[in-house]
Design a protein. Structure first.
Lengths: 436, 150
């Protein structure tokens, strides 16, 4: 794609134009956060399940999608579908523009220095695997160390375990306290001469803790150790500025931030990405191929082998524009208020213990009830059409740290309300009745 | 619409709070561990077999009300029975909780275990109800590896 085409793609942004025209007049009239109006953007939230209004509090698993995202995907298949980066025909050129416009939107959203630093992947999991299998395989050797924290999702444990096993390296784990906060001193002490990379979460999916990521990056960089941040749970709730964080890699999933499943992003500093070997081989990631030698394509395409998830990228672009329209800071403030409200209400119910009480938290309320297994809580709440997650949340080491097999987890998004928290509290009372 | 009380019957709640035969068995000659990776439920079934007959059976572990009550009532219903009886009961139990018609004609006499019939209305909970039974099967077959519902 030519530079001119990219510019025109960025300028035209038909999706952004359409969205901007819908919600903005109301916001001008009512500057307060209009959650009811926002709920209207999410068709799935209108439905009743078993005759009761759906209360969706499983956003840390996946968020719902606004109409604009659904429209962007539909329109792509109705009007624009073609393979990208190679066709000379109108549709291919247009699809390419839309795809690259999504990349630009994400670049802006993360405040990355260059759009070529935005690599499309299937999700945070693939982003982390990509780094482990390219940067990791080059730089981590026998006797070296990879540092993670005690509150990683399995997706930021297992790729490093596989790498360490292959290379004879060691996985080190920075501990957390009983509130679910990272022990920064311990983290600093574990950054040693053999540490080749630190891979750490920004927000814990099981506990909601926000890690002091800026300080962690500083500490690591002081020892020339690069840092990968798993931002899957952070991107929906916090303003993320990868240049301010100065992290080397940042991975997130589209579906947790109001975009479609199957698409995600790996941000990487250009210099690091340039020096890394490719992840997968195939079409689109090459610049020329002979049977003797292949010259790889430039960034970001070097890491995007094969026909990508074009509709997914376009859908994610629409989601980012939607979030930009509301303002991530506004959404974050609303969610902070909800979490505080829910923490007070749910925490006050007799027999409830909150799991994860970090001073800095986002989006997640994990709890256990005395004598009642989370799975039973989940089933009873489901009968009230309240969707929460129960289980170990793909964070078994976190569960072990707190000496429990599982938790019940309510997690919030920008469309949730205090009334929904009240419904959750009433649902938990019902659980108590059933087990009384 | 499924009713919660069909699932959480009093007998089930009572067994989940005070499970029977809930102990490690020192003299067990067969045992197996089963877990459900989705929810973290984990049970060990202990057997004292004399030939084909179940002289004693017990269990330990943690899980939801359904899985714990199911394990508890399973141990009650199997003490003194044969391996063949156990297989037959499991077949009938499985048909009931999955809402299938009895596999081969005549329904199996399930006795008290019929309190779990409500599980068929809650498909995601079938694994909870059958975890102990699958683990039992592994213990009877003398399998060493932990079995998983996945």
């Amino acid at each position: 794609m030519t530079t001119a085409a990219k510019k025109s793609a960025a300028k035209s942004r038909p999706v952004a134009a359409r969205q901007a025209s819908a919600p903005s007049p109301a916001r001008e009239a009512a500057p307060a956060y209009d959650v009811e109006k926002i709920r209207g953007d999410f068709p799935i939230l209108r439905q009743k399940i078993r005759g009761k209004q759906l209360v969706y509090l499983d956003n840390a698993a996946t968020s719902q999608k606004p109409q604009s995202v659904i429209n962007a995907i539909t329109r792509y298949y109705e009007r624009d579908n073609a393979n990208i980066h190679r066709g000379v025909h109108f549709l291919s050129e247009h699809a390419t523009e839309e795809h690259e416009a999504a990349r630009s939107a994400i670049q802006g959203f993360l405040n990355a220095a260059h759009s070529k630093e935005i690599i499309f992947v299937r999700g945070a999991t693939e982003g982390i695997n990509l780094v482990a299998q390219t940067y990791g395989r080059v730089h981590v050797g026998g006797g070296d160390e990879v540092l993670i924290t005690a509150m990683e999702h399995h997706s930021n444990i297992v790729p490093w375990q596989l790498l360490c096993e292959e290379k004879g390296a060691k996985l080190r784990v920075a501990p957390i306290n009983d509130r679910g906060e990272l022990l920064l001193d311990e983290f600093a002490n574990l950054l040693g001469p053999r540490t080749k990379i630190a891979a750490v979460t920004h927000v814990s999916n099981a506990l909601g803790s926000i890690t002091p990521i800026r300080k962690m990056v500083e500490l690591a960089h002081a020892r020339n150790i690069p840092v990968l941040v798993d931002g899957a749970q952070a991107v929906p709730h916090l303003k993320v500025d990868v240049q301010a964080l100065d992290c080397d890699f940042y991975a997130f999933s589209g579906h947790k931030v109001y975009g479609p499943t199957g698409i995600g992003v790996l941000y990487g500093k250009a210099a690091l990405l340039e020096a890394m070997p490719p992840y997968q081989g195939g079409g689109d990631m090459i610049s020329s191929v002979t049977f003797e030698k292949t010259i790889f394509n430039k960034l970001p395409f070097k890491f995007e082998a094969g026909t990508p998830d074009i509709s997914g990228a376009i859908g994610l672009g629409a989601a980012i524009r939607y979030l930009d329209g509301i303002g991530i800071e506004n959404a974050a403030a609303h969610e902070r208020d909800l979490l505080e409200y829910a923490t007070g209400k749910v925490g006050a119910i007799p027999g409830i213990r909150l799991v994860g009480t970090a001073r800095e938290k986002a989006g997640v309320l994990s709890f256990v009830m005395e004598g009642i297994h989370p799975h039973d809580i989940g089933t009873i709440l489901d009968q009230e059409s309240i969707a929460i997650r129960t289980g170990h949340h793909c964070s078994q080491p976190v569960m072990e740290r707190f000496g429990i097999p599982a938790t019940a987890r309510a997690s919030f998004a920008l469309y949730n309300t205090r009334e929904e928290v009240d419904a959750l509290v009433a649902g938990i009372e019902k659980v108590r009745e059933v087990f009384a | 619409m499924a009713d919660l009380r069909d699932l959480y019957q009093d007998v089930i709640l009572e067994h989940s709070k005070a499970p029977r035969n809930f102990r490690e068995m020192a003299g067990a000659n067969h045992k197996a561990e089963g877990f459900n990776p989705l929810c973290g439920d984990r049970f060990t079934i202990y057997l004292d077999l004399e030939g084909d007959s179940i002289r004693d059976i017990s269990f330990q572990g943690s899980g939801c009300a359904i899985s714990k009550a199911s394990a508890s009532m399973m141990t009650q219903s199997l003490k003194g029975k044969t391996k063949a009886d156990a297989e037959k009961l499991f077949g009938g139990f499985h048909d009931m909780v999955t809402g299938h018609e009895p596999s081969n004609g005549a329904p199996v006499e399930l006795g008290k275990l019929t309190v779990f019939s409500g599980v068929s209305e809650f498909p995601v909970r079938v694994k909870c109800a059958t975890l102990a039974w699958h683990t039992l099967q592994a213990a009877l077959e003398g399998k060493q590896d932990a079995i998983s519902t996945e």
